[in-house]
Every structure is written in C-alpha cells, then in structure tokens.
Design a protein around this ligand. Structure first.
Ligand SMILES: Cc1ncc(COP(=O)(O)O)c(C=O)c1O
Length: 380
C-alpha cells in the first residue's frame, strides 16, 4: 500500500527520543519543549510559540485567551475538520457556519461581510447577532490544505466588527501570505502536529503569534494556570502541555521543514500536471495570493456518485486514497447551528474530493504509480 500521509521519521527523531530517556526528561518540562517553542517561533515569524497537547487544545486555548466567552458566536467555515467547531464549543461558544470560496476552499470572506451587515449590529464596540442577541466575538479562518484566504480582508473585517482573528492553521505550517509569515496574519494561530500533518510530534499543537502578552497568557492557561514556584493557581487552568518526548520528535521534524514543504509542493505540481485536462476530474486549488503549504493533494471528481467506488478501487490496487472533510453543518452535533443562507460551494464539493498519497517521504516512482493507477481507475 502507498499510504495517504504518513510521518517521515528518518532524521534525528530516534536520537532525540533516546536523549529524553537517557536524561529522564519525558514529561512536559524539558529541553526539547523549549527548543520546539523557539524553533517553531523562528519558522513561523512568531514572537514566541506555545507547545500544546493537540491542535484542538491549541485552538481552545487561543479562543479563551482572545476573549471568546460562553454563548458567543465564532464565524468559521463549514468546510473544515470538525475540530475547528469542537474547539469553539469547548470554549462554550457556538460556530456560525459560512461557505467557502471555490478558488481556495477557505472561508468566503465576501459572504462573511454581507452576512455581518445583514444580520448584525454593533453597540459600544461589541457586535451582536440581531435575531438571537448572541455576541459575535471572533473570526476563525481555516487554512484548508495549507491555502490561505485573503488575510488583509480578514483583518479589515475584524477591525470593522471588533472581532478577534484566530487562524486554524492546523494544516498550514510552511505557508505564507504574500511573503508575510504565518504568525503575523492573525491575533493567534493554531498549528496541529498530528501524525498526518507535514510536521508531526505524534500528536500535539502549537499556538503562535506576534503578541508576547497573549502568548504568555496561552502558556499560563495551558500549564494549569500555575503561579510558580508553589502550588498556587490563579484560575481554572488546563493541562494542555506537550511532553518532552513528543517535542523531541517535533524538533527533529522542524529541522526538515523546508525540505518537507518543498516535497509537498513538488508532489502537488506533478499531480496537477498529470490530471489536468482529464474529463470529469479537476485538481485542488492553489490561490495566487498565498504560498500554500500544499498539505494534501488529490483530485475532485465531477460525479459525486463515483467517489466511493473510485476510492475503494484505488485502495484495492494499493493506493491509499481517501475521501475528505464532510462539512460541519452536516454533522450530527452541529446540524442546528447558525449558518449562512448559502452553503452551496461546500455542499457541492465535499463528496467529490479524493485525497491521494502525498507523504513527504513518497518516492517519484510511487507518485508515477499513483497517477497511472488512478488514471486507469477513472477511465474504467
Ligand atoms: C483544519 C483542522 N483543524 C484542527 C485540527 C485538529 O488538530 P489535532 O488533531 O492536532 O487536534 C485538524 C487536524 O487534525 C485540522 O485538520
């Protein structure tokens, strides 16, 4: 089987893990946690970074620190992995679901502007949803596939409507927006270090940004809100820290960030060229306004009725293809969420997407094989 997206652990991972065991620093305090935070800050243009137990907990902590409170609405695209919505509910807030732009698969910011004007009002620097009275406190763009929406527009919307800007950058390490670093683009950004991500810790996350005070708050809240050196705690905190063992893996991974992102982009280019012009199929979007990290690659079939059988046939032939995200408004826990009137792009897309093998360690021969088998299956 040529797998969909498996970790590439051929660097210093083993050596650094052994160092953790030799020194007995296996828990959430240790040299590798500090190194990861410093290296991740440098890699994303952040003032500093906070390592967390997952991308989901990174999002949850960032939402809380940015002032999202129980009962608030947080604007988020419906076409995302469910963790974006879950993190909002973990903060006691509710996702307000929007459609995506077909040229990036990121949130449709024009629709967000229209809906804010139509459905909201501002009073004393706070935005409220007219029909429900809920406060609207944040905008959470999701960097789908490592693509970014127009983050200048996102910032302008947030300034105009007094919203916090928190990026779900789970899949986007390595991406930039018009040459600007990832951490500069939102008030706080959350990255995932899950096993299927470009850089992994096995499991884990990072919060990055340019405001030291906010990041100190994230660090405090995710470290049980402890006031050192004694057992004093100044609020209800969270045990969301990454362990030194996981950080050791992530440090070794980050040493190869440029190489890994270059490989992701190269694989995307080969697939895009190979599947261009094939009837009934299109490729994944790469918007011109950002430098995508090309986290996942694949194809979109025109006929949704074919997706499952194409995936099954590819799997039978040893190609680790897979379907992709089902929108949040179609998921049981979120079926009654507030949503924009039109979610037609998300609804017309999600069950046509097929992701194809794109591990950073995939060989050129394997890519050729994936293309040949996929073309055969599509034409059968
Ligand atoms: C868009 C998106 N948001 C959030 C997450 C959550 O990250 P984690 O699995 O590290 O909690 C993921 C990935 O898993 C994701 O793809």
């Amino acid at each position: 089987m040529i797998p969909l997206a498996v970790p590439n652990l051929t660097g210093n991972e083993r050596k650094y893990l052994n160092e953790c065991i030799d020194t007995t620093f296996v828990s959430s305090v240790g040299e590798f946690v500090n190194r990861l935070e410093a290296d991740a800050a440098a890699a994303t243009g952040a003032a500093s970074a906070v390592a967390t137990s997952a991308g989901t907990t990174a999002l949850h902590a960032a939402l809380m620190v940015l002032g999202v409170r129980p009962g608030d609405y947080v604007i988020v695209p419906s076409f995302t992995f469910i963790a974006s919505a879950n993190s909002i509910r973990h903060a006691g807030a509710y996702p307000w679901l929007f459609d995506i732009d077909p040229t990036s698969w990121c949130i449709d910011l024009d629709q967000v502007e229209r809906e804010l004007k139509r459905a909201c009002f501002t009073l004393n620097g706070t935005t409220y949803h007219r029909a429900t009275g809920n406060r609207v406190s944040a905008l959470m763009p999701v960097y789908t596939l490592g693509n970014l929406p127009n983050m200048d527009q996102a910032r302008r919307i947030c300034d105009e409507w007094h919203l916090a800007l928190i990026a779900d950058a789970a899949c986007a390490i390595g991406a930039t927006f018009q040459g600007r670093a990832l951490a500069e683009l939102a008030d706080l950004s959350a990255i995932s270090l899950n096993g299927n991500k470009t850089i992994t810790a096995g499991g884990g996350g990072l919060v990055v940004g340019t405001n030291e005070e906010l990041l100190a708050e994230v660090h405090h809240l995710t470290t049980t809100a402890r006031v050192w050196p004694d057992y004093d705690f100044d609020r209800v905190g969270y045990n969301y820290r990454l362990t030194n063992l996981q950080a050791a893996v992530a440090v070794a991974q980050l040493e190869r960030l440029d190489e890994f992102v270059a490989r992701k982009r190269a694989v995307r280019k080969v697939y895009d060229e190979a599947f261009a012009g094939i009837g009934g199929v299109s490729t994944f979007p790469v918007p011109s306004w950002c430098e995508s990290s090309c986290w996942f690659s694949g194809i979109v079939v025109e006929d949704a009725a074919k997706t499952q059988s194409v995936v099954a046939k590819l799997n039978e032939r040893g190609i680790g293809a897979k379907a992709f995200w089902k929108p949040v408004h179609l998921q049981a826990p979120y079926a009654s969420c507030e949503r924009a009137n039109e979610l037609s792009v998300s609804e017309g897309l999600w069950d046509k997407v097929i992701t194809l093998p794109c591990s950073t360690g995939i060989t050129d021969e394997e890519v050729v094989e994936v293309i040949a088998v996929t073309k055969e299956v599509l034409s059968a």
